[in-house]
Design a protein around this ligand. Structure first.
Ligand code: ADP
Ligand code: ADP
Length: 214
């Protein structure tokens, strides 16, 4: 697998706004789960968005296998993200109108899978996360913790090389946090994936292979 790196990174949300990251350089290697930590406001979520190619650095670059990806044109960047990256948003971000199974399979349909194969894979993932019995519910009918586990399934759907998760255990009790983290750590190790988790949770930090403090 290829190493995902940030190189001499600086970002700001608006002109004359505060600069974040102060020229941060870091390599995220396949096979490892990294916890991004640091005080609130330091830029953990922002760094995930930059790594996920949803925000563009002011200077510096995001590279994959040594190739700069942060300056790809929009369409290629979107395609790169859809093919190689899975993102777990802090608030789960599931479509409130649809059964959660439909949110989980969406990335696969987008990638051209047929519905039946997508549903089979989704149900396997949802089984692993303990939420398959909620497959035909809508987000409003399940708990926050269940929604978060569903969001993890969605992010894993296309077997992405890079998994980016923003506080994925924020809504979970310890038992469910353990289920989610051991699944992510196993995916990192056994499938040589790069897993990066923005978190305050000391349990996530202990479970990770590496900690990057901002
Ligand atoms: P963390 O995840 O470590 O709490 P964030 O990445 O959320 O940090 O935020 C980093 C800084 O950028 C904070 O000062 C925050 O207020 C600011 N910020 C975050 N999102 C925006 C935005 N959309 N527009 C302007 N400033 C933002
Ligand atoms: P663009 O028009 O810039 O190519 P799109 O509007 O197609 O981008 O998509 C915007 C983002 O949403 C992209 O990151 C894409 O991967 C993602 N996306 C769009 N449709 C889907 C979908 N059905 N499932 C998962 N991700 C999607």
């Amino acid at each position: 697998g290829s190493v995902l790196s940030v190189d001499d990174l600086v970002f700001r949300y608006r002109k004359n706004g505060d600069e974040l990251f102060d020229g941060l350089s870091h390599d995220f290697s396949p096979g490892r789960m990294t916890a991004l930590t640091g005080p609130s406001g330091r830029g953990k979520s922002t760094l995930l968005y930059i790594l996920g190619l949803m925000l563009t650095p002011l200077s510096g670059a995001v590279t994959v296998g040594g190739k700069v990806v942060s300056t790809l044109p929009d369409r290629r960047r979107s395609r790169f993200r859809a093919e190689h990256m899975g993102f777990v948003f802090q608030d789960a971000a599931l479509d409130p109108r649809r059964q959660v199974i439909d949110s989980v399979i969406e990335p696969a349909l987008y990638a051209g899978w047929d519905r039946n194969s997508a549903v089979l894979r989704a149900m396997e993932l949802m089984d692993m996360m303990g939420v398959s019995i909620r497959a035909d519910h809508r987000p409003g009918e399940i708990s926050g913790g269940q929604a978060q586990r569903v969001a993890v399934c969605r992010a894993l759907m296309n077997n992405p090389k890079v998994i980016l998760a923003d506080e994925p255990t924020g809504n979970l009790d310890h038992e469910n946090a353990e289920i989610v983290l051991s699944a992510l750590a196993t995916i990192a190790e056994d499938e040589e994936r790069t897993v990066i988790i923005a978190t305050h949770d000391s349990f996530v930090i202990e479970s990770s292979h590496e900690v990057l403090e901002l």
